[in-house]
Design a protein around this ligand. Structure first.
Ligand code: HEM
Length: 144
């Protein structure tokens, strides 16, 4: 199941390269509720950042990062993406420019998110909805 979802994500990435204006699936407050609302998204991001911190493939990228600020930004972003109505206007391209994020690093981070969503028992449809949206950001984040 994990591999299937990751394959879906990578498929969405290929799609987003082909069509730069692709709009990911529209999210409603029902989607946000599938994540457990604010408490659920907060738990998910805590688990996700814990996974990233323990992931030797990518944790060095975050050596100098303000982790509470990162978590707060990610909670707001997932809330915004999943119909929770949180304002979020950070530029993924600007934040990740000059970081040298590789395709492998991006895929590792996606796996860490899938593991976190499994741990937090997010329903599969909701997982796929978020993964498609994250995959669509890949061209703005991967720079080498
Ligand atoms: C779709 C995937 C991704 C999303 C949605 C995302 C989102 C974000 C957001 C919202 C921030 C801002 C946090 C803040 O202002 O405190 C951030 C920062 C950061 N991201 Fe990402 N990111 C993604 C992928 C990646 C990947 C693959 C890496 C490297 C493996 C990465 C490395 C970082 C680092 C190191 C920072 C902190 C920058 C700093 O310390 O100032 N990100 N990311």
């Amino acid at each position: 199941m994990n591999k299937l979802r990751l394959a879906t994500m990578i498929g969405a990435t290929a799609l987003s390269i082909g069509a730069a204006t692709m709009t990911p699936a529209y999210a409603t407050s029902d989607d946000y509720q599938a994540f457990g609302g604010h408490a659920g998204v907060t738990a998910l991001i805590n688990t996700f950042v814990g996974n990233v911190a323990g992931d030797k493939r990518i944790n060095f990228y975050f050596a100098h990062t303000n982790i509470p600020a990162l978590k707060a930004a990610l909670v707001a972003q997932v809330c915004n993406l999943e119909g929770g109505g949180c304002p979020f206007d950070m530029s993924m391209r600007a934040i990740h420019a000059h970081m040298g994020v590789t395709q492998n690093a991006f895929n590792a981070l996606a796996e860490d998110m899938i593991r976190a969503m499994d741990t937090e028992q997010i329903p599969t449809a909701a997982q796929n909805n978020l993964l498609a949206k994250l995959a669509a950001m890949e061209p703005e984040i991967v720079t080498r």
